[in-house]
Ligand binder design. Structure first.
Ligand code: FAD
Ligand code: AMP
Length: 478
């Protein structure tokens, strides 16, 4: 006899586990299938985010940032730490412990919410049946009243740079170097390439980042991307724009990377190469040929604005569907689907998704940037406040960047907030809340903020929209 559940979720990343946990909370008999295994071959939940993405990358970003602070910046504030050194195996092992703690936490949350975790591979068959293949090869069919597809994504591989053992690696391999490469190449100056390039550059690698596009971080507000590029270059990241990688040659000693830029054919020699050219949906083998659903030519599952597929009772969430590939976006979609299954009318506000690049300074934004507002012909007022005049930033000896707020010229409603600076990932939450509640710049300006705090820069930028920031001289409004 086959197993039967109200809901079967395929994939236990942030989208899938979010869906499964919420289904469990709502009293639905729920199973969540996930095929991931840790380095020792044990089943793990948490998906890319916990195992090979957000969490391990932040563990290494935070550790490497602390090292740079101690090495380069402590003496300026009166702390002499002497020679400090890096213990990479320990740093990597500690990162693995952080991951193990959190993935174990998901298993605990499944238990606590009555979700049955099923290690192995899921495949959607016809008529709401899910084929479940365990790691030992045993196959059984599960009947479901609802199926939620959440298989996530995997790194894109490109023919000019095939992965080769530990020399040419993807983002997963770059989280596990056991020594600091002397020369490191990174293909792709996207979020992942910049974050991983920053980690190893801080720890001592000479890093060259090859990016095919002419523009640096095209999705970021131009003022911020321009300032960020200058800062990152100053930190030692050699970012080459308009540099398309055309081939790689690996020898025992090094990797030769061929690329084309405006000066023609070029080469660079590195010890390790990270391929960080984007991710694609992990939907290969997910859908049986006769299940009634196929992916598009790029592997995405088509869904409407509430993550329903064209098959009744089958939903898809997270990186395998349209929209930015971000953990929190997937979790919100998973929760929305769970609630809609039980008759609630939950929606995700796709206009209010925060984006963060965890470099130092961090780059964070929500809503529209100036280019987009101009392209859409929307009239707006802008207010900006630099951290160089923030008392808290000065006290902390970390004054790079600014907060910029864009508000509708007529209604004053906040349309976008863009932050370059220390803790931008935390500060952006204020902007997301304000925008969720349709706040105006004036609303934020009338709100009281603790002094001294980095948050005051958000307050001052809101005041600057109206031309009356207190702690800087305002530009005259035309
Ligand atoms: P995933 O997390 O990819 O999880 C899907 C799970 O489903 C996986 O465990 C997979 O093995 C499993 N699976 C797939 N197919 C099947 C199947 N047929 N049967 C059973 N199991 C299956 N996002 C952020 O928001 N913030 C960040 O700071 C951030 N940093 C990142 C850093 C790196 C280095 C990387 C690589 C990604 C980062 N991301 C970040 C992106 C984030 O990890 C993803 O957006 C997020 O994990 C997507 O969640 P998901 O649940 O859709 O899929
Ligand atoms: P993201 O999708 O944000 O992770 O960024 C990946 C980046 O890799 C994009 O900016 C692409 O332009 C870049 N990219 C893709 N292929 C190549 C290539 N062959 N050479 C250099 N950069 C590339």
């Amino acid at each position: 006899m086959s197993m039967k559940f109200d809901v079967v979720v395929i994939g236990a990343g942030p989208a899938g586990y979010g869906a499964a946990i919420r289904c469990g909370q709502l009293g639905l008999k729920t199973a969540c299938i996930d095929k991931s295994l840790d380095k020792e071959g044990n089943p793990v939940y948490g998906g890319t985010c916990l195992n090979w993405g957000c969490i391990p990358s932040k563990a290494l970003l935070d550790a490497s940032h602390k090292y740079v602070e101690a090495r380069d910046n402590y003496s300026a504030i009166g702390l002499n730490v002497g020679d400090i050194s890096v213990d990479i195996p320990k740093m990597i092992a500690r990162k693995d412990e952080v991951v193990a703690g959190l993935t174990g936490g998901i298993a605990g949350l499944f238990k606590g919410n009555g979700v049955t975790g099923l290690p192995g591979t899921g495949k959607l068959l016809a008529d709401l049946v899910v084929e479940y293949t365990q790691h030992d090869g045993k196959v059984e069919n599960i009947e479901a009243s609802h199926v939620i597809l959440a298989p996530g994504s995997v790194p894109i591989e490109i023919p000019p740079a095939p992965l080769s053992g530990d020399q040419v690696v993807d983002s997963t391999g770059a989280l596990d170097f056991q020594a600091v490469p002397k020369r490191l190449g990174v293909i792709g100056a996207g979020v992942i390439g910049l974050e991983l390039g920053s980690v190893w550059s801080r720890l001592g690698s000479e890093v060259v980042v090859l990016e095919a596009l002419e523009e640096f971080l095209p999705m970021v507000d131009k003022r911020l991307s321009r300032d960020a590029l200058k800062i990152f270059t100053g930190q030692g990241l050699d970012v080459r724009l308009g540099a398309r990688v055309t081939g790689t040659k690996t020898s025992k000693k090094q990797v030769t990377v061929a690329f084309e830029d405006k000066n023609g054919e070029q080469q660079v020699q590195v010890d390790k190469l990270i391929v960080a050219v984007g991710r694609r949906p992990a939907t290969t083998g997910l859908l049986a040929a006769d299940c009634g659903l196929e992916t598009d030519e790029r592997g995405f599952v088509s869904v409407d604005e509430v993550c329903a597929t064209k098959l009744a009772h089958v939903y898809a969430v997270g990186d395998c569907v349209r929209g930015p590939m971000l953990a929190h976006k997937g979790t919100e979609e998973g929760v929305m689907v769970a609630e809609r299954i039980t008759g609630q009318k939950t929606m995700v506000n796709y206009e209010c998704i925060p984006n963060v690049v965890y470099t130092h300074p961090e780059i964070a934004w929500v809503g529209k940037n100036e280019q987009q507002l101009k392209d859409e012909g929307i009239k707006y007022n802008a207010g900006a406040f630099p951290f160089s005049v923030s008392g808290r930033a000065i006290a902390a000896n970390d004054t790079h960047g600014l907060v910029k707020i864009l508000a509708d010229a007529e209604s004053d409603q906040i349309l976008g907030v863009h932050i370059l600076g220390n803790q931008a990932s935390e500060l952006i939450a204020q902007a997301v809340i304000a925008m969720e509640f349709d706040a105006s710049a004036e609303d934020l300006g009338l709100t009281m903020f603790a002094h001294p705090s980095l948050s005051e820069a958000v307050h001052e930028a809101a005041l600057a929209v109206g031309g009356h920031a207190i702690h800087m001289v305002n530009r005259k409004r035309k």
